[in-house]
Design a protein around this ligand. Structure first.
Ligand code: PHE
Length: 356
């Protein structure tokens, strides 16, 4: 009995992992282990011997079992301690910050424009940036050799040398979407068409690519008065103050009569202020749609009239947010984007206010 005890308690204390402990348990106190074999021998003993040996064997079994349990717990403690050492991490280290993007002023202002015109009942229409000669010019009453074609500084797409057809162009304005929207939806119709336009021009207020939003409303009794009301309503919502407008007679081939529209402003210490003073800033072209344009869009000009306007989105962004140079809009300079960009959750809505 003492030999058994020494043998197994020694083995338990020398075991280095749980697998070794399990082997010892099976050999010692398992169903076919040495202690069990000894217990089986009890049957052959005299009652006196059995009375003596039974409790001793039970005590031995208990002793080995509890030694096993104690050793198991000790091994687990060591393992845990090792893990705690190796998995240690410094919770006082500053977190790794993720680069956060910002909303470009052109996107922000576009969203503001959509919100305001949606409120006025205008849907959004779109057209391609590579446009046919017909949609960009002819359908808008700008035939070949019309002087307005030169004014646009158009980018032409390539045509094969033996191809006689007029080349496609990078659209010079969003007005071709007037025709596409009329074809797609007929009259009456109220849409805005925002998007990129292209002209070969580059200085502080001009870039070869810029953004316009076209507006168009066609109905049976649409007049210049509706145009003026819509535009003034728009400026009021956009700038957050009442802004006086000035309609100057102008000329566009696709509108008759045509007007360029200025908004009231002043310069105070080199800073532009909208809606005060006695200066004027040109912001858009507009007019009553030319009958030929309505016809080109498949609408009968004897039954319907419409107004149209085209606003420079980038120009509006510069005015509203005091951004002096248009070229920086498209330089992708991170410092500029962080300074003039908007937080991604700061999306404009009419009910929430347009800007913070
Ligand atoms: N398409 C004109 C431009 O780009 C603007 C305009 C649009 C004028 C609609 C009148 C009507 O200059």
């Amino acid at each position: 009995m003492d030999d058994l005890r020494d043998k197994y308690l020694g083995a338990v204390s020398g075991a280095s992992d749980e697998a070794a402990l399990e082997d010892i348990r099976l050999q010692a106190v398992g169903k076919k282990g040495e202690v069990a074999l000894k217990m089986r021998e009890l049957g052959k003993m005299t009652p006196e011997e059995r009375k003596l040996m039974g409790p001793k064997l039970n005590a031995l079994k208990d002793e080995i079992t509890s030694a096993l349990a104690a050793k198991k717990a000790a091994l687990e403690d060591v393992a845990l301690e090792e893990r705690l050492q190796s998995e240690w991490l410094d919770v006082t280290l500053p977190g790794r910050s993720r680069g956060k993007g910002s909303i470009h002023p052109v996107s922000q202002v576009s969203e503001e424009i959509y919100a305001i015109f949606a409120d006025l009942g205008f849907a959004v229409a779109e057209g391609p940036q590579v446009e046919s000669d017909w949609y960009n010019f002819d359908s808008l009453n700008i035939p070949p050799h019309h002087p307005a074609r030169q004014e646009f500084d158009t980018f032409y797409m390539h045509r094969a040398a033996d191809d006689e057809r007029a080349p496609h162009v990078l659209r010079t304005h969003t007005s071709p979407v007037q025709i596409r929207a009329m074809e797609a939806q007929g009259a009456p119709i109220r849409v805005i068409a925002p998007g990129r336009v292209y002209r070969c021009d580059y200085d502080q207020t001009h870039t070869p690519m810029f953004h316009q939003v076209e507006g168009m409303a066609i109905g049976k009794d649409i007049s210049m008065a509706n145009l003026k009301w819509v535009l003034e309503e728009f400026f009021h919502a956009f700038f957050g103050i009442k802004v006086k407008t000035r309609f100057r007679a102008s000329h566009f081939p696709f509108t008759e009569p045509s007007a360029e529209v200025d908004i009231q402003c002043s310069w105070v210490d080199g800073q532009l202020r909208i809606g005060e003073g006695d200066g004027w800033m040109e912001v858009l072209g507009s007019g009553m749609m030319h009958p030929k344009v309505l016809k080109a869009g498949g609408i009968d000009p004897d039954q319907y009239q419409g107004f149209a306007f085209g606003i420079g989105i980038d120009r509006l962004a510069m005015l509203k947010y005091g951004i002096p140079d248009l070229r920086a809009f498209f330089d992708s300079d991170l410092r500029w984007l962080r300074h003039y960009g908007f937080a991604s959750l700061d999306m404009p809505t009419l009910h929430g206010g347009l800007s913070k």
